[in-house]
Design a protein around this ligand. Sequence first.
Ligand code: ZN
Length: 65
Amino acid sequence: MPPPKHTASTTDSPQRHRWCHWHKGPSETAVLVDAVERNSAPPIALYACAPCREQRGLIPLADRP
Ligand SMILES: [Zn+2]
């Protein structure tokens, strides 16, 4: 595997471009809202962006009690 290329950007956040599973596109506002449990497999993490969370009434896992 080649080493990562250095760019002008110093940001090294893997979470910069997340995926919204509701509108099925990349979103910088997407946060983890749910995880689907599967039998004999790790749960699937579901991310939703701010507009989708508002439309569907989704609550980020981090904001839950
Ligand atoms: Zn979305």
